[in-house]
Design a protein around this ligand. Structure first.
Ligand code: NAD
Length: 356
């Protein structure tokens, strides 16, 4: 099969980790007879330097015309003094909006080889942590009406949590679809004992559940969910939740995995087009030194194969190759511990390809 991929490598370590990702994808393509056509476009600080804006129209057009988008990272000190709407990070929001991406997928997988880096007691994670947080990305309090007003208690400020049936239905459906591709267990997280928006949310999730009889659905209030994640992390499969709750819970879950250099993510919309990127930023402190961990970006590439192209086996191959390299004791500096073999960005990429 042939796929067109837009590549926004970005700033700092973005281009370095992306290079390894592309090499890994090409190796998988060669093994299985797929060809990937890459269109490199600018976004973030490098686009500001060249075009005076973080997200040029050409970048949006190329991304829209592609089967999928790979993003490295954007940002850096040189652009820190620019006003908010001119900053490199605007490219991320702009692309998500332009591509209609409303579902954010953040897996939290604890590789047994890195179990020592998990802050939880070993017995709590002995069965392996493999959680997928599906977060609504374009609605709720972050996008609802906001403002300030004078009251007899002084100045007041508000941010409105608002969700429509359609918004909930499409994210719930994503959650169920992903659960079908994984362990068929979906946990809905809301706060329906207090919030009207959560009551609507839960009723829509229950309605969508009728279309997925194979998936076991349970509900947790967000406060309880944050406790259960720490107490019984191995019992979760897929979590679906709102923008603000997902923001918090995905960070909580990610801390079980060892390093930010290990965390991939995906943003999806209605069709198969998605944007895949590591959770970490552009890490200007280590850029250009061949020490950044490319695994988060490489695992984002694997997510693209699975969720945009339906190439599950190929995606699993990449994940297995990463696991093998970790099991053999190879570590980049961010996940290094005594007795392990320290390698750089390029060498880590090479080892993963060798294990493919
Ligand atoms: P960061 O994620 O770039 O770095 C935080 C720390 O983690 C640093 O010490 C860095 O060296 C380390 N780190 C990050 N990725 C790593 C990797 N792959 N391997 C090894 N170590 C890694 O966050 P920050 O320092 O707060 O932000 C730096 C810049 O990135 C800022 O301009 C910020 O706005 C931007 N940023 C971009 C994104 C994105 O593009 N999605 C996300 C977050 C931050």
């Amino acid at each position: 099969m042939n796929f067109k991929i837009a590549v926004v490598a970005g700033d700092g370590i973005g281009p370095e980790v992306m290079e390894e990702n592309i090499k890994v994808l090409n190796a998988v393509g060669e093994k299985y007879g797929h060809s990937f056509e890459y269109n490199y476009v600018l976004g973030g600080g490098c686009a500001i330097d060249k075009y005076g804006e973080p997200l040029p129209q050409e970048t949006i057009d190329v991304c829209k015309a592609s089967d999928s988008v790979l993003l490295g990272a954007v940002g850096g000190w040189q652009w820190d003094t620019l006003p908010g709407d001119k900053r490199p990070e605007r490219a991320l929001l702009g692309l998500r909006g332009a591509l209609g991406l409303y579902a954010n997928l953040r897996p939290a997988t604890l590789h047994q080889a890195l179990a020592g880096a998990c802050p939880l007691k070993p017995e709590l994670v002995a069965d392996g942590v493999d959680i997928m947080v599906v977060r609504e990305l374009t609605g709720g309090m972050y996008f609802g009406e906001k403002g300030r007003k004078q009251t007899d208690m002084g100045e007041a400020a508000y941010d409105v949590e608002i969700y429509s049936e359609k918004e909930v239905e499409r994210i719930a459906r994503r959650g169920f679809e992903i659960a079908m591709q994984r362990g068929k267990h979906l946990t809905n997280v809301d706060k329906q004992n207090v919030l009207e928006s959560s009551r609507l949310w839960r009723s829509v999730v229950n309605k969508v559940a009728e279309d997925y009889p194979e998936v076991t659905l349970d509900h947790l209030y967000v406060d309880n969910a944050s406790m259960q994640l720490i107490m019984r992390p191995t019992t979760f499969d897929v979590i679906v939740t709102s923008n603000i709750f997902g923001d918090i819970l995905s960070d909580e879950a990610s801390q079980m995995t060892g390093s930010i250099g290990m965390l991939p993510s995906a943003s999806l919309g209605d069709g198969s087009l998605g944007m895949y990127e590591p959770v970490h930023g552009s890490a200007p402190d280590i850029a250009g030194k061949d020490i950044a961990n490319p695994i988060a970006t490489i695992l984002s590439g694997a997510m693209m194969l699975k969720y945009s192209f339906g190439l599950d086996k190929e995606a699993k191959d990449i994940e297995d190759a990463v696991t093998k390299v970790l099991n053999e004791g190879y570590r980049t500096a961010d996940i290094y511990s005594e007795g392990m073999k320290k390698v750089g960005t390029k060498e880590m990429g090479r080892l993963i390809i060798e294990r493919l």
